[in-house]
Design a protein around this ligand. Structure first.
Ligand SMILES: [Fe+2]
Length: 432
């Protein structure tokens, strides 16, 4: 049986290449001057990491300047696991530098980091060379999530690390200047795969969901849906104080859409949510245990959902917002934690835009497997959705960088890439 994560659009590419002056269809907005970087797993030729999530990280970079696409290049993230074959969990315990760093790529205080949730960030250069692991002057002693949240008002970077062993969850805060200024443990009952979280003006929002870690499930990726764990969403006051937990229906969510406080002081959280059954199916598929043909590569099966948590009464209500299969929610990050009207997601061969105010959804058919659509605000924009969406779209062996107008989802430009870019996880636009 062919492993799903080594075939089709998940199949890795064998090498690192550079290409210059890429062909562009349409007109690239000249103000899109910067770099689009995207991370994803890419095992070396002949390697089988045993799970989609286990492949070495590879960054794909596209340099745009003044309406031209100057270059494409792809580079593995040269972690200790890549260069030395070091193991994350060895006889001497956990080595937080021995990871794949394959999940996302961000910039904070001018430094570029490749991230994975089980280890330290790896600093990268704008040319995609690996600098090395970062522990912020020895202050970061846990892993770092691949989904930190930058407060759009203060510029601080909020994040967490989870552990296989206690402490299971630790919160951290980096100043806008890149200094680790706060670390504290958040008590949770066990080790789970906590992939994302949220912030609001006054709270940190935790997803303590029943995909638990248990070494007795064997090597590789020993997680499984465990309904006995229960499911909770937690609110920790950012100013300090106890975490309040709200029991919710068992589910899983890799990705938060956004969170904010409404006029009544309740916290609203949106996420791409999996039912237990759908999560179990997905996990079999990306673990290579299910027949690859059962799902087309890139198929996603979460749907947009919302929870409303009332700290005054302790009550929670939850409801689906839509029934489309979507994943990888993105937004105008100037609205992160503050309330947002629009959310962008990707589904089967399309980008789907949600308007929470009108309740409407609109879609752009892309004609191919569609990667996360990163929102780039237009210069000086006032309207929340004035800007562009950047997404890598792949049909067969052909990949392109699609640039769409986020307001009406019209296609603005398409950059032809010199090779197929395998389906991966998260990207960032790094403006010059
Ligand atoms: Fe993610």
């Amino acid at each position: 049986m062919e492993k799903a994560y080594l075939t089709g659009n998940l199949a890795p590419v064998p090498d690192e290449i550079d290409a210059y002056d890429l062909p562009v269809e349409g007109a690239l907005p000249p103000e899109l001057t910067g770099r689009y970087f995207r991370n994803g797993p890419n095992p070396r030729p002949g390697e089988d990491p045993g799970h989609w999530f286990g492949g070495h990280g590879m960054l794909h970079g596209i340099r745009l300047r003044d309406g031209r696409a100057e270059w494409y290049r792809n580079r593995w993230v040269k972690t200790k696991a890549f260069t030395d074959g070091a193991d994350l969990v060895g006889e001497k315990g956990v080595d937080l530098a021995a990871t794949q760093a394959n999940t996302s790529v961000i910039r904070h205080d001018g430094r570029i980091f490749a991230l994975i949730e089980v280890g330290l960030p790896y600093e990268m250069t704008p040319e995609l060379d690996t600098v090395g692991p970062v522990d912020f002057q020895g202050k970061l002693a846990t892993a770092m999530t691949a989904h930190p949240k930058q407060d759009p008002i203060t510029g601080e970077l909020h994040f967490f690390g989870y552990g296989f062993f206690p402490p299971f969850l630790t919160y951290h805060r980096l100043s806008a200047g890149g200094e680790l200024v706060e670390t504290k443990e958040i008590e949770v009952p066990g080790a789970t795969m906590m992939h994302d979280f949220a912030i609001t003006e006054n709270y940190l929002v935790w997803l303590d969901l029943p995909v638990t870690f248990d070494l007795e499930r064997g090597a590789g990726m020993p997680y499984a849906f465990d309904e006995g764990y229960g499911a909770r969403i937690g609110l920790t006051p950012r100013a300090g104080g106890v975490t309040r937990w709200f029991d919710v229906d068992p589910c899983y969510a890799f990705h938060v859409g956004n969170a904010w406080e409404d006029a009544e002081g309740r916290v609203v959280l949106t996420a791409a949510r999996y039912t237990p059954k759908v999560f179990a199916d997905l996990w079999e598929h990306i673990s290579g245990r299910a027949d690859a043909a059962r799902h087309a590569a890139g198929t996603v099966s979460a749907s947009l959902y919302s929870w409303t948590l009332d700290p005054a009464t302790g009550k929670v209500s939850e409801e689906p917002l839509d029934d489309r299969d979507v994943e990888f929610p993105t937004l105008n990050e100037q609205r992160l934690g503050l309330g947002s009207r629009y959310l962008y997601t990707v589904g089967d061969r399309q980008i789907v835009k949600y308007d929470h105010q009108s309740g409407a959804a609109s879609a752009l058919a892309t004609g191919g497997a569609t990667g996360e659509a990163v929102f780039v605000p237009a210069e000086g924009a006032r309207a929340e959705d004035k800007g562009w969406l950047l997404s890598i779209v792949t049909s067969g062996e052909a990949s392109r960088l699609l640039v769409a107008d986020a307001r009406d989802l019209s296609e603005v430009a398409s950059v032809r890439l010199p090779r197929r870019v395998p389906a991966g996880f998260h990207g960032s636009w790094l403006e010059d």
